[in-house]
Design a protein around this ligand. Structure first.
Ligand SMILES: C[S@@+](CC[C@H](N)C(=O)[O-])C[C@H]1O[C@@H](n2cnc3c(N)ncnc32)[C@H](O)[C@@H]1O
Ligand code: SF4
Length: 375
């Protein structure tokens, strides 16, 4: 059966963090009810398109899905379980903010089939949490995390951030050590990006951010520390214990198919990439998707190659020469000769027939990609 990933966007948070540009609004019970009812209607309306497919990964992301009331979550979960073919025992992730977790909510997730939690901690330093505008303390995270374990979650990912205002290498060392002490199965670690339309962007001249060299030092610290603590890096920002890579996120980087519901949710289905605009009100009235680009079949071969190379190079395993040849009928280095330059400089390497970034290359991968790709 054709396998798909399912993404559902929950565009609510208790309060926006100072750095975040993900599509979400402040939560209210009235808006939640309107939204969940529109979302369920949309899922039921489109379910027939996927009758010959099986969703083997589900990801409820946001925003903050754990801000939903138990009733709101249950209504959504029932619709998903009753109208879409979910693989029994498939990966089912829900994103959570530690300030919103309760036993009742966690148990309702378990009952609905959620078997993986991705919890945003960001830092174990109280001052950093308050600079970021987070709604929780480290103790609250710790309580939520232990509660999740008690409720049976044996696959938990923790999000952390580095390159934060006033952050020193020693601060990040402490965060990493403490995060590893919690012993999660998976860790995602992102370098702070100053996004437009955020409070941090408005204050950018006044923020005391680590220099690029310090950020690089933090990145190397991250890769080394997590490696020593048993987490292997499989993507620029993702680290997992053996057997715990995120199957859903791997679909994005391996150009596999996924279907998204909700404003700002993206899909790649039947060769077409599309998304729902970042507007909850128009979504509630009538979800209308916008096509992101030409269908894969019609788009130029060169675009398909660029997209393949860009996504695959995010992964530690990189691009296999043989797989590239099998897919496009030409040699990777003939199509992308600038790769040679980065092999010489040590930013890329060739291992077992696959080209990939080294840690120093990962850190500047955006610059390198603009150089090697055709667009
Ligand atoms: C949708 S949020 C995760 C779940 C939940 N809303 C929370 O914050 O606890 C996804 C993650 O993206 C990361 N993130 C968001 N904005 C970022 C930025 N501007 N720079 C770096 N990482 C960012 C954070 O680590 C965050 O946990
Ligand atoms: S980081 Fe998470 S909690 Fe903070 S605004 Fe973004 S989605 Fe909401």
């Amino acid at each position: 059966m054709r396998e798909l990933g399912l993404y559902i966007h929950i565009p609510f948070c208790i309060k926006k963090c100072n750095y975040c540009d993900f599509y979400s609004l402040c939560h209210s019970s009235v808006k939640e009810q309107e939204y969940i009812s529109a979302l369920c209607k949309h899922i039921k309306r489109d379910a027939h398109k996927y009758k010959d497919c099986e969703f083997n990964t589900v990801f409820i992301g946001g925003g903050t899905p754990s801000v939903l009331s138990v009733d709101g979550f249950n209504t959504l979960a029932k619709t998903v379980n009753n109208h879409l073919n979910l693989t029994q025992g498939g990966e089912f992730t829900l994103e959570a903010n530690p300030g919103t977790l309760t036993r009742e909510k966690l148990l309702s997730y378990r009952r609905a089939g959620v078997n993986r939690l991705s919890i945003g901690l960001q830092s174990t330093n109280g001052e950093e949490l308050s600079t970021l505008g987070r709604i929780h303390t480290v103790d609250e995270f710790s309580r939520g995390y232990l509660l999740a374990r008690e409720c049976g979650f044996d696959n938990i990912s923790i999000d952390v951030m580095y390159g934060l205002p006033n952050q020193k290498i020693g601060d990040f060392t402490k965060t990493l050590d403490q995060v590893c002490d919690f012993n999660p199965e998976h860790i995602s670690a992102y370098c702070l990006k100053i996004e437009e339309n955020t409070p941090f962007y408005k204050q950018r001249e006044r923020l005391s951010l680590p220099s690029e060299d310090e950020q690089y030092e933090m990145y190397l610290l991250l890769c080394n520390t997590l490696g020593k603590r048993g987490y292997s890096q499989y993507e620029i920002s993702n680290f997992a214990k053996k057997g715990y890579r995120s199957k859903h996120n791997m679909k994005y980087w391996q150009s596999k198919e996924y279907v998204g519901f909700g404003p700002s949710a993206h899909s790649f289905f039947d060769g077409v990439r599309y998304f729902y605009p970042r507007d909850i009100n128009s979504y509630i009235v009538d979800p209308v998707a916008e096509i992101e680009d030409e269908s894969r079949e019609n788009s130029a071969k060169i675009d398909q190659m660029d997209e393949y190379v860009m996504l695959k190079l995010r992964l530690k395993d990189g691009i296999s020469e043989g797989e590239f040849f099998g897919r496009f009928g030409s040699e990777l280095l003939a199509e992308y000769p600038s790769i040679n330059k980065y092999l010489k400089s040590g930013h890329m390497e060739l291992r077992n027939g696959s080209y990939s970034f080294t840690p120093s290359g990962f850190f500047v991968s955006n610059y390198i990609l603009t150089d090697i790709l055709h667009f």
